[in-house]
Write a protein that binds this ligand. Structure first.
Ligand code: COA
Ligand code: ZN
Length: 301
């Protein structure tokens, strides 16, 4: 919901957002990132954060997380009783300046203050944007990502999300990153967040799964993108990734037909086609009837 909607040009009515979260809650997700408590001027699409959080039906077993950029956001998120706060900063200096209007060290200090203020009342996750490359700076060293992970782990966060904000990661790089982070931070909840900007999204999911990662961000229909990252485009489509893992025999715990039905309704909500493919093609177990001449040919054999 958060990454999916934040870049959409036309405001999605609050009623539609609430309905969609409620429907997603029935699909088997462990977590739903409902909205963000950012400045409404920066992200007008999510200016109804309080109302959405107040109206959704909380399903036991589903965590309702929200993006929190600063202290003001944390106050609003506490008020809304979110189950988790997802703090955000970039591992690239330039993208941090573009997105959050400050350098990384200032962000770190601000988020450290947020963590102190929350004081264990709500679990905290930190999402690191541009961890596999920055659209303006280029390469971001894995050592930098590990360094920020260590500093936040020392502040007691529950988890970190390693984000490929503009689809620059490749599967080899993902494997190296995941192997190393799991070895060094076995007590942290590790989530991977891919965008399919260059068609490598699902290959990267697979590389991470094969390295042992079990948590991924995705968005219905493959919507999404950071409005402050040049060339950003959609997240991996949740239903495409889940369908792939299911086809490979992984137990995803998801209600796939229900999810696909929701993905098919999404173009009506956002007013345009969406990138997800399984919703268009159907799952691999939905077969088509054969053309009539095939049976004639079969009999003539
Ligand atoms: N909630 C509501 N309003 C907020 C806010 C918050 N969390 N943080 C700041 N504001 C408001 C301030 O009240 C101020 O309003 P005013 O102009 O009416 O006085 C205005 O935003 C600017 O505040 P300032 O403290 O100068 O912050 P800033 O301009 O440096 O903005 C961010 C900092 C990070 C809050 C803002 O840039 C932002 O929300 N960016 C969006 C980041 C994002 O979500 N990106 C996509 C996801 S990765
Ligand atoms: Zn993203």
């Amino acid at each position: 919901m958060r990454d999916g909607f934040q870049i959409e040009p036309n405001f999605v009515p609050t009623d539609d957002k609430v309905k969609l979260v409620d429907a997603l809650s029935e699909c088997g997700f462990a977590k739903i990132e409902v909205t963000s408590f950012t400045s409404p001027k920066a992200i007008p699409m999510l200016r109804d954060a309080e109302e959405v959080m107040g109206r959704i039906k909380r399903v036991p077993g589903v965590e309702y997380t929200v993006l929190v950029p600063n202290l003001r956001g944390a106050e609003r998120a506490l008020e809304s009783k979110a189950d988790e706060f997802n703090l955000v900063m970039s591992t690239s200096e330039t993208h941090n300046l573009a997105n959050l209007r400050m350098g990384r060290e200032k962000s770190f200090a601000g988020l450290a203050e947020v963590i102190k203020y929350v004081d264990g009342r709500t679990p905290i996750n930190v999402s690191f944007s541009t961890s596999f490359g920055c659209p303006m700076e280029g390469e971001v060293s894995q050592v930098v990502v590990e360094g920020f992970t260590k500093r936040f782990a020392d502040l007691g966060v529950r988890g970190v999300t390693i984000c490929d904000t503009t689809g620059m990661a490749n599967p080899d790089q993902v494997k190296r990153m995941c192997d190393s982070l799991q070895k060094q931070f076995s007590n942290l909840q590790l989530t991977l967040h891919f965008h399919n900007t260059r068609g490598m999204g699902l290959a990267n999911v697979l590389a991470a799964v094969q390295s042992g990662i079990v948590r991924f961000d995705g968005s219905l229909g493959g919507l999404g993108g950071c409005p402050y990252a040049p060339g950003a485009s959609g997240n991996i489509s949740s239903e495409d990734a889940i369908h792939m893992l299911d086809a490979m025999g992984y137990d995803t715990g998801m209600n796939i037909p229900k999810l696909i039905q929701l993905a098919r309704e999404l173009p009506k909500i956002v007013g345009h086609e969406v990138p997800g493919q399984v919703a268009k093609a159907g799952t691999t177990n939905v077969l088509h009837s054969e053309p009539s001449y095939v049976d004639e040919l079969r009999r003539a054999q």
